[in-house]
Design a protein around this ligand. Structure first.
Ligand SMILES: NC(=O)C1=CN([C@@H]2O[C@H](COP(=O)(O)OP(=O)(O)OC[C@H]3O[C@@H](n4cnc5c(N)ncnc54)[C@H](O)[C@@H]3O)[C@@H](O)[C@H]2O)C=CC1
Ligand SMILES: O=C([O-])CC(=O)C(=O)O
Length: 351
């Protein structure tokens, strides 16, 4: 029996992500939780002829607790997406509260589950979850993952396109390290497998495109949100990799934003410096992170990109950590649809 729970399952990412998880035969129970519409999504998906049993949950009748009880993996795409002109950090005030409250529930009802955070800003929301888990005394850093797979997926697509090989995207594997927003996303094109041969200006163009790929989608959707379908693909790929390694005996390596301070950054130590969280290649195993993969030597140009990312990440991480210490886990400023306005007032007043 393998149970997976999606929190935010009725949203733009949540629905296609749940659909893709329903296609995976490693999952036997699929729990779909949202503050709205989850039962409808669940009934719809439940008609698909794969073995897993699907159940939808709303906040009433202990829906969140019941969606989490006995689960092996919690995937969190709950929260608001960007509109044109916003940065991911602009989402912090609302999404950090949603993620914090979700983490509190996970700590109580599914303390041993793998937790995959999609909600932005990932650079800060993953530290929020870690802090809640530490305060609750259940933190296992090997089981907490910030989902950065979309950056890796975009990199292989964009490099292939630039090479005039759009149908061969999966042939390119480019290390993408750091965080998940703008300049904190650091593509190490020099270590691409197979190697790529672009001139310096073309390389700089591809680096920018990978770093700001999310903006392309936000702009094209013109106020209708951000990436949902490509994110669902990336999130499902990562979640299934975690489950296959834990329960299917198939270990693989994926990039993820993890607590490198607690786990150890291995060959990436020099690159990570004193940062607590960083996206690195992670070998997945039975208990989550088994080890951190090897690091290539960055070029001088890549060293500069890494320095910019480190400076920004440091502030993003502190923001997440401080949110939980200031705004204690028992705060009255708890999120649900009915008190969203109150939440915005609370957070902007620094409470
Ligand atoms: N990590 C990544 O690579 C990416 C992250 N994202 C982020 O994912 C998040 C979700 O994006 P979308 O699905 O497009 O947004 P959306 O607005 O379409 O869906 C979000 C869902 O979360 C639900 N929700 C809100 N509060 C909740 C709570 N307390 N508990 C449970 N569910 C709750 C909403 O009802 C809604 O159904 C955003 O923060 C976005 O920035 C988006 C793309 C890529
Ligand atoms: O750009 C956004 O806001 C959503 C996101 O994280 C991405 O598409 O990478």
């Amino acid at each position: 029996m393998v149970k997976a729970t999606v929190i935010g399952a009725a949203g733009g990412i949540g629905q296609p992500l749940s659909l893709l998880l329903k296609q995976s035969t490693i999952i036997t129970d699929l729990a779909l939780y949202d503050v709205v519409n989850a039962p409808g999504v669940a009934v719809d998906i439940s008609h698909i002829d794969t073995p897993s049993v699907v159940q939808g949950y709303l906040p009433d009748n202990d829906g969140l607790a019941n969606s989490l009880k006995g689960t092996d993996i919690v995937v969190i795409p709950a929260g608001v997406p960007r509109k044109p002109g916003m940065t991911r950090d602009d989402l912090f005030n609302i999404n950090a509260g949603i993620v914090r409250d979700t983490a509190i529930a996970i700590a109580t009802h599914a303390p041993k589950a793998f937790v995959l955070v999609i909600s932005n800003p990932v650079n800060s929301t993953v530290p929020v979850v870690a802090e809640v888990f530490k305060k609750k005394g259940i933190y296992d850093p090997k089981r907490l993952f910030g989902v950065t797979t979309l950056d890796v997926v975009r990199a292989s697509t964009f490099v292939s396109e630039a090479n005039g090989e759009p149908t061969k995207s999966l042939d390119y594997s480019v290390p993408i390290v750091g965080g998940h927003s703008g300049e904190t996303i650091v593509p190490l094109l020099s270590a691409s497998q197979p190697a790529i041969k672009f001139d310096a200006s073309k390389q700089a163009e591809i680096v920018k495109r990978i770093q700001f790929g999310g903006d392309e989608v936000v702009k094209a959707k013109a106020g209708g949100g951000s990436a949902t379908l490509s994110m669902a693909y990336a999130g499902a790929r990562f979640a299934i990799s975690v489950l296959e390694a834990a329960f299917g005996g198939k270990s693989s390596t994926e990039y993820s934003y993890i607590d490198v301070k607690a786990i150890g950054a291995g060959e990436w130590s020099g690159v990570v410096g004193s940062l607590d969280f960083f996206s690195v290649p992670v070998k997945l195993g039975k208990s989550g992170v088994e080890s951190v993969g090897s690091a290539p030597k960055p070029t001088a140009e890549e060293e500069k990109l890494l320095k910019v990312a480190q400076d920004q990440l440091s502030g993003n991480i502190s923001k997440g950590v401080q949110f939980v210490s200031i705004d204690d886990v028992s705060s009255a400023c708890r999120v649900n649809v009915h008190c969203l306005h109150e939440l915005i007032a609370c957070t902007s007043a620094g409470r």
